[in-house]
Design a protein around this ligand. Structure first.
Ligand code: PGA
Length: 236
């Protein structure tokens, strides 16, 4: 069971270091824990969590090892910092920054090649769900990944229905389970659920047979709420 905190564009280096030092002493139950700070806060997080089992991951990575790509960050640079992995293909990247299935696959391949663990995000929008297209969308997104990457133990998928992200509208455990089972039938890797995971719904989501953890956004920014989610998920 893996609980990853996606901080998005929150917490600069000072706040990140302070949070991670407090995280060291928090009761996080028995789950594996990863935090994903913004790029500029990665070094502070790595330093504060040195010697612990808590991993630090980035929120994105470029597919080239270096080059003229203004504003991008390469996998070897993350490795040099002591970063353990990266999120790829988050729906906010797909929606607002032109990320496609093709670029998602390129990023995953490069990350794995350079020794980073990857949390690759997939999920349907509200309009797609209402149009009955959820299965087709997941087959397309996960299929692209399954077809495009080498066999690896360094990948987990995060199923994040876009309508549940930051909305307070969590998928029911049944909806999550159904989607996770579909994802796993296409690509047999652990599947995290993401989308308005909170202390009071983490346990029932984590109890589903095909839910292997959570990617937590808003509720990961507060130490007590993140630690409670970790403990709740530990019970299942
Ligand atoms: P949320 O975000 O928990 O704030 O809904 C999840 C995510 O975007 O990874």
């Amino acid at each position: 069971m893996l609980i990853a905190g996606n901080w998005k564009m929150f917490k600069g280096p000072g706040e990140a270091g302070e949070f991670c030092r407090a995280l060291r002493d928090a009761d996080l139950g028995t789950v594996d824990v990863v935090v994903c700070p913004p790029y500029v806060s990665l070094a502070a997080a790595v330093q504060a969590l040195a010697g612990t089992e808590i991993g630090v991951a980035a929120q994105n990575v470029h597919w080239k090892a270096d080059g003229a790509f203004t504003g991008e960050i390469a996998a070897p640079m993350l490795r040099e910092l002591g970063v353990y992995g990266t999120i790829v293909g988050h729906s906010e990247r797909r929606q607002f920054f032109g990320e496609t299935d093709e670029t998602v696959v390129k990023r995953i391949v490069a990350a794995i090649e350079h020794g980073l663990h990857v949390i690759a995000c997939v999920g349907e929008t509200e309009a797609e769900r209402e149009a009955g297209e959820t299965e087709a969308v997941l087959r397309r997104q996960v299929g692209a990944i399954a077809d495009g990457i080498p066999e690896t133990d360094d990948l987990v998928i995060a199923y994040e229905p876009v309508w549940a992200i930051g909305t307070g509208k969590t998928a029911t455990p049944e909806i999550a389970q159904e989607a996770h089972a579909l994802v796993r039938s296409i690509l047999d890797v652990p599947v995290l659920y993401g989308g308005s995971v909170k202390p009071d719904n983490a346990a029932e989501l984590a109890a589903q047979p095909d839910v292997d953890g959570a990617l937590v956004g808003g509720a990961s920014l507060d130490l007590e709420s993140f630690a409670t989610i970790c403990r709740q998920a530990s019970h299942s």
